[in-house]
Each structure stands twice: as structure tokens, then as C-alpha cells.
Design a protein. Structure first.
Length: 76
């Protein structure tokens, strides 16, 4: 699987093991959920992803998150 859409699932947080075993995952859509932050170590376990859609969540202004997600080729 190289694309996973979890849009509008009312997800509030992402756990470290959420994407375990999905090493071929390249595109992740987490839009329209209730996420307020992305864990600091997310770049380690989201390493294979080059496009992530986090739009329409409830993020707070976070410099850490901005630095973490800047590694992705495409960010929405």
C-alpha cells in the first residue's frame, strides 16, 4: 500500500505504532480530523512518507511541528 486516506475519521492523536509495517506508504491523508499536534518523534516513524495532508485539523501554532513536517516533499 502506498497511499492511505484517514480523512474525516475524528482522529485526535497519532500513536507511534499507528503505521507500523507500512514501509511502502508514500502518501498519507489525515485531513479533516481533530489532531492538535504531531508527536516530536513522528519524523522517525513516518520516514517513508513524502506527501502528507494535515489540513482542516485543530493544530496549535507550533515551531517544532513546522520543522518536523518541512521534511515532506509535499505538505498540505
Amino acid at each position: 500500500m502506498n497511499k492511505l486516506s484517514l480523512t474525516s475519521m475524528k482522529i485526535e492523536e497519532i500513536h507511534e505504532n499507528s503505521f507500523l509495517g507500512l514501509g511502502s506508504l508514500r502518501i498519507l491523508d489525515l485531513s479533516h480530523n481533530n489532531l492538535t499536534f504531531v508527536p516530536d518523534d513522528a519524523s522517525q516513524w513516518l520516514g517513508s512518507i513524502n506527501e502528507i495532508n494535515l489540513s482542516f485539523n485543530k493544530f496549535y501554532n507550533s515551531t517544532k511541528m513546522g520543522m518536523m513536517v518541512s521534511q515532506f516533499a509535499q505538505l498540505r
